[in-house]
Design a binder for this molecule. Structure first.
Ligand SMILES: NC(=O)c1ccc[n+]([C@@H]2O[C@H](COP(=O)([O-])OP(=O)(O)OC[C@H]3O[C@@H](n4cnc5c(N)ncnc54)[C@H](OP(=O)(O)O)[C@@H]3O)[C@@H](O)[C@H]2O)c1
Length: 330
C-alpha cells in the first residue's frame, strides 16, 4: 500500500522533500499545488508529479490524497493545516508548527477530533546520526554532559521584500530556526526543566535577524545556540561531557560526526542521498499502522518548542525587557 502525498506550494524546500518521498518505502507524491497553476504545472513536470492544481483549496479536495505536506510561509501554517484537517487529510506541517501556542493546541485538538495524523516536520530527530548521539549520551560514553554549543545559519540572500523579512508573515531567524534548537535538545536529553533566555539584533523590518540563546537543562547542562540569517556561519552542534565531546556539522541534516573521548578521535558516518527519507518513512509507518500521533516527534516536543519560541518573540518585541548598558554612563 502507498501513502499518497499532496504538496502545498512550490516552496524552495519542495524538491528535497519530494526526493525524500521518492526514496521512502511506501510514499508517493500524488499532487502539488500553487497559487499559480503555471508554477504548479512547471514544478510537477520537473519533479515528475502527475497532478497539478492552481489553488491550495483544490488540492485539499482531491480524494486520492492521504496526507498533505505544508511548507508555506510560517504565518500560513495554522490556516492551511486547519483547512487540511477539516478536509479530512492527515497533515505534515513544516517547522515552526505555528506562531502561537493557542494555534498549536487547537490543531492537535482538531486532529484528534477528526481522527487524523498531525506532526511537525522535524527531520533532525529522525536522522541515524542524531540517534547515535542520543545512544552515546545515554551510554555515558561522554561522561556527564556539561556544555552544549550550537550554531545554525541560513545564508538565504533574502531581500527586505521577502516574507522572511516580514514580521506579519512570521519571518526572521527566531521563527526560522529556534525549533531546531529546542526540539533537538528535547530529543537528545530527558529534559525535566529548561531555562531559556535570549538576545537578538533586529533588521529594520523588525524581525530578529541574529539571535543568541542561553539555556540550562535539568539545572546541570549549560548551553548556547546562535541562529542567524543572510550570513554564512560554521553550522554545528558540539556536546561536551566530562570524558570527551561530539562535534556534528549541520546537525539538522547531518550524515557524519566526530567523537573524541579521552584523546581518541573517531568519525561515524551514515551516508544517504536525501536526509528527508527517515522522517518520511516514519510518517508512512505511522499512517500504515493507524497511529495518528508520532511517538518520536511528539505533541509535547512541538508544544514546548512553540511555547519557547513565542516567549522569545514576546521578549524581543518588548523593549522593556532590554538590559542595555551604555558605556558612557558607567
Ligand atoms: N525542514 C526543512 O529542512 C526546511 C528547510 C527550509 C524551510 N523549511 C520550512 O518550509 C517553509 C517554506 O520555506 P521555504 O524557504 O522553502 O519558502 P519559500 O521558498 O519562500 O516558499 C514559500 C512558498 O509559499 C507560497 N506562498 C504562499 N503565500 C505566500 C506569500 N505571501 N509569500 C510568499 N510565498 C507564499 C509560495 O508558493 P506558491 O507561489 O507556489 O503558492 C512560495 O513558493 C517554512 O515554514 C520553513 O520554515 C523547512
Amino acid at each position: 500500500m502507498k501513502i499518497r502525498y499532496g504538496i502545498v506550494s512550490t516552496a524552495t524546500i519542495v524538491p528535497r522533500f519530494v526526493q525524500g518521498v521518492k526514496d521512502s518505502d511506501h510514499g508517493v507524491v500524488h499532487a502539488i499545488c500553487s497559487r499559480s497553476l503555471k508554477k504548479a504545472e512547471q514544478m510537477a513536470k520537473e519533479l515528475d508529479i502527475l497532478n497539478a492544481y492552481g489553488s491550495y483549496e483544490e488540492l485539499l479536495q482531491d480524494k486520492d490524497i492521504d496526507i498533505v505536506y505544508i511548507p508555506t510561509p510560517n504565518y500560513l501554517h495554522y490556516e492551511y493545516a486547519k483547512k487540511a484537517l477539516l478536509a479530512n487529510k492527515h497533515v505534515l506541517l513544516e517547522k515552526p508548527f505555528t506562531l502561537s501556542l493557542v494555534e498549536a493546541e487547537e490543531l492537535f485538538t482538531l486532529a484528534q477530533e477528526k481522527n487524523k495524523f498531525i506532526m511537525e516536520a522535524q527531520k533532525a530527530v529522525f536522522l541515524p546520526i542524531t540517534n547515535k548521539i542520543k545512544e552515546l549520551i545515554e551510554q555515558n560514553v561522554l561522561g556527564n554532559i556539561r556544555y552544549i554549543s550550537m550554531h545554525a545559519s541560513f545564508p538565504g540572500n533574502y531581500t527586505f521584500d521577502h516574507w522572511m523579512y516580514s514580521k506579519e508573515c512570521g519571518g526572521g531567524a527566531l521563527f526560522g530556526s529556534n525549533a531546531y534548537t529546542v526540539e533537538y535538545l528535547l530529543h537528545l536529553f530527558d529534559v525535566k526543566t529548561l531555562q531559556y533566555e535570549g538576545i537578538c539584533v533586529k533588521a529594520v523590518t523588525g524581525i530578529p535577524e541574529s539571535c543568541q540563546f542561553q539555556f540550562v537543562i535539568n539545572q546541570n547542562i549549560v548551553g548556547a545556540s546562535n541562529i542567524t540569517m543572510n550570513v554564512k556561519t560554521k553550522n554545528e552542534a558540539v556536546i561536551y561531557g566530562t570524558k570527551g565531546y561530539i562535534e556534528v556539522e549541520n546537525y539538522w541534516k547531518a550524515r557524519k560526526m566526530k567523537i573524541v573521548v579521552e584523546g581518541n578521535e573517531q568519525i561515524i558516518e551514515y551516508p544517504c542521498p536525501c536526509e528527508f527519507v527517515y522522517e518520511v518513512n516514519h510518517v508512512n509507518e505511522c499512517l500504515l499502522n493507524q497511529c495518528f500521533i508520532s511517538p518520536i516527534m511528539t505533541k509535547e516536543k512541538t508544544l514546548l518548542s512553540v511555547r519557547v519560541t513565542e516567549k522569545m518573540n514576546q521578549l524581543f518585541q518588548n523593549p522593556s525587557n532590554d538590559f542595555t548598558f551604555e558605556i558612557s554612563k558607567l
